[in-house]
Design a protein around this ligand. Sequence first.
Ligand code: CP
Length: 319
Amino acid sequence: MNNLLALDISAWQHRHILDIQDFSADEINLVMLTADIMSKHMSGPIKKTGSLRGKTIVTLFYEASTRTRGSFELAAKNLGADVVNMTVQSSSVSKGESLINTLNTLESIGADMIVMRHHLSGAHYSAVPFMRANLINAGDGWHAHPTQALLDLYTIRQHLGSAQGLKTVIIGDIRHSRVAHSNIWCLSKMGARVVLCAPPTLLPAGLDNTHNLFPKVEVEYNISNALVDADVVMELRLQKERMRGDLLPGLDEFIYGYQLNAARLALAKPHVIVMHPGPVNEDVEMATDVLHSPRAVVTNQVTNGVAVRMAILQLLSIG
Ligand code: CP
């Protein structure tokens, strides 16, 4: 962990992590370098660093999670912090306590940082004016999932060196995907060419760039055209729980038009990597043989989540 002392952290500007949109490229690179140090440290004989000893980190999840919650907990423990996991169902939220009162209560019992997932887009933005603790967005509604975008970038960097100039194709339910939204910002900022591929009903509004809702991206409705010469393919789950009304004629039509299968993947570059934030619905957005092929890096993404979240917690504590 001595390498941490050698890092120039002057680029770091964040007290809270709300979205990736307001990160500079220098800050993103700092997270990557810090995650490198964390990853190297974890591959040594003693995983724990103790650099957050005495800090208390609370996870507060209003929606289900396996990867994000588990990796934040491990990240905090690896740094030596005390961790309290709150489940909304067993907390006083179920008695009607408001979001702000819940967060302030957690601060009153000693939370230095709160990692929160909320079903409402923008919930974190409403809360920060009332908070002393650092707030980290672990996913808010359809809006953003900044630490997922950072671990995805870390994974791209690990396999392909850098995102600069790479053709990255994001396929599936982009409209309801906070992962896609944060990745569009992060990948564009780091110099990737971003191509979105989905039926028109599963694309977000505002892609025309007139209201600054998204950076400039390409849209391609035909999956075969989208995949030609792709360096990175990012698949997304159909988020049926967030869909209102009939956005697709049916599952069979979606699979026919948009499933990533081996024949379609062959159109991409030979070194292509296939990503998915999880959970995967096998044989819906991605054929099982693609998911289990050497091109898929889905388990690497999950593993990298711990080092990247350690980096975020560490930078927030010293920033
Ligand atoms: N990628 C992701 O956010 O997964 P979880 O819902 O399991 O945290």
